[in-house]
Design a protein around this ligand. Structure first.
Ligand SMILES: NC(=O)c1ccc[n+]([C@@H]2O[C@H](COP(=O)([O-])OP(=O)(O)OC[C@H]3O[C@@H](n4cnc5c(N)ncnc54)[C@H](OP(=O)(O)O)[C@@H]3O)[C@@H](O)[C@H]2O)c1
Length: 409
């Protein structure tokens, strides 16, 4: 995956929290565009940051520095000599103990450290959480960059992430005004897309839980999404636009969870994606629409949501975070010698239309093994198999293929 390049040689910028999900794509894009990049991380030697070294240009133009958001001296050292700072580092959690101090004090420290060493422009990655969490905004209404979350409401609803990001952004504006620093803010909605880093971040969990069977139903709620590469592009575009100012809502489509699950199931029918809403009786939550016109006016085009979902899931499969085998525990494993009978068996079981790519895709009872793959003992019957299916299965197995398969109880 290569992002479009336009070289701006020997321009040094710093990205805080460089090893994170969004920041890794930002570092990649900045390197591709010819920037020299300093990335701050809490532990440069940690293997979770190793992916950054495989980025194109990293060997020559990336430097990872240890810095802590609560240690202004470490931030000053990282920013010295930089024209710009992208402040992305933040806890992403609703635990107030972990969230508030690094987000709020850390962001002020970043602004002050940047001003101390003469940084020209700071881009702060805020969140939609500092924009729409407000009881005065009606679902369905169009939210724009003039909207602000209500702190009391965030507290009362235990939305400590939104609370932390709102106070952090307010503090950033205040500190930038005091210090005469050029600050621009990006407010992304929930970010999805391929991971560059080895670990799963919080926003990716948002869809992983629907794919790995850990969520049996979906909530009656809506959410706006945006592709991680679009978020990285927006950061660079806004940074490179001298007249950019204020807040930029970085959002693409808003979808109800039911719609999200339907799209996922269409793209990846092999996973046990929920088909039922937790709240089947209540009126459907329409969610907010977010005005991204300011970014569209700058020429930003957003990736369609189905492409974004497809790339996210494919990447989770490639990284083996999402396994085919983990999804459905078979009660039968078949050796290739029985392959000719597979379609017949699946037909008998009524799951033939889930058959694709020469493999059973949704197959509650059968798994094809490769020739050299050992038959393994797996936890049995974690899927719902109806009595008629079982009767058909045992009849079929008994009559036709008993000699060539292994059946676990
Ligand atoms: N992902 C989304 O859906 C989304 C939506 C809107 C806004 N955002 C914002 O975008 C930014 C990046 O989010 P992400 O999803 O890419 O998150 P992420 O993958 O969890 O990355 C967060 C980064 O912040 C660093 N960090 C966390 N706590 C820190 C602390 N106390 N001191 C120093 N560094 C700390 C982490 O560094 P370590 O590796 O050292 O822990 C990590 O590199 C955040 O500011 C987030 O609020 C994200």
């Amino acid at each position: 995956m290569t992002l479009k390049t336009k070289a701006i040689p020997s321009h040094t910028v710093c990205v805080t929290g460089a090893g994170g999900f969004m920041a890794s794509w930002l570092v990649k894009l900045l390197l591709e565009k010819g920037y020299t990049v300093r990335g701050t991380v809490r532990n440069p030697g940690d293997l979770k940051n190793a992916h950054l070294w495989s980025l194109e240009g990293a060997k020559d133009r990336l430097k990872l520095l240890r810095a802590d958001l609560l240690d202004t001296e470490s931030l000053r050292a990282a920013f010295a000599g930089c024209e710009g700072v992208f402040h992305t580092a933040s806890p992403v959690t609703d635990d107030p103990e972990q969230m508030i101090e690094p987000a709020v004090k850390g962001t002020r420290n970043v602004i002050n450290a940047a001003a101390d060493v003469g940084v020209r422009r700071v881009l702060f990655t805020s969140s939609i959480g500092s924009v729409y969490m407000n009881p005065h905004y009606n679902p369905g209404s169009l939210i724009d960059d003039t909207c602000w979350s209500d702190l009391e409401y965030c507290k009362n609803t235990n939305n400590w992430y939104c609370y932390g990001k709102t106070v952090a952004e307010q503090g950033a504006w205040e500190a930038a005004r005091e210090r005469g620093l050029d600050l621009v803010v990006i407010n992304p909605v929930l970010v999805l897309g391929p991971l560059l880093q080895p670990t799963v971040n919080a926003s990716t969990m948002h869809i992983l839980k629907y794919l790995n069977g850990s969520s049996k139903t979906y909530v009656n709620a809506s959410q706006a999404y945006v592709h991680v590469m679009d978020v990285a592009k927006v950061h660079v575009k806004v940074y490179e636009t001298p007249e950019a100012k204020g807040r930029y809502i970085c959002a693409n489509n808003t979808l109800h969870r039911g719609e999200l699950c339907r799209m996922l199931a269409e793209l990846f029918p092999e996973y046990p994606i929920p088909i039922r809403c937790k709240d089947e009786k209540g009126p459907r939550n329409t969610g907010f629409r977010f005005n991204n016109q300011r970014l569209k006016d700058m020429g930003i085009e957003f990736t369609p949501i189905n492409e974004c979902l497809y790339e996210t899931v494919k990447n989770l499969q490639e990284k083996q975070i999402l396994h085919y085998d983990e999804v459905v525990d078979p009660i039968i494993e078949m050796k290739p010698s029985t392959r000719a009978l597979e379609r017949e068996l699946l037909t008998a079981l009524g799951c033939v239309d889930a058959y694709a790519d020469n493999r059973p895709k949704i197959c509650p009872v059968v798994r094809m093994l490769d020739a050299d793959e050992p038959i393994r003992r797996s936890p049995m019957l974690t899927v719902n198999i109806t009595i008629p299916y079982l009767i058909k299965l045992f009849a079929f197995v008994y009559c036709h293929i008993m000699p060539s398969i292994v059946v676990y109880e």
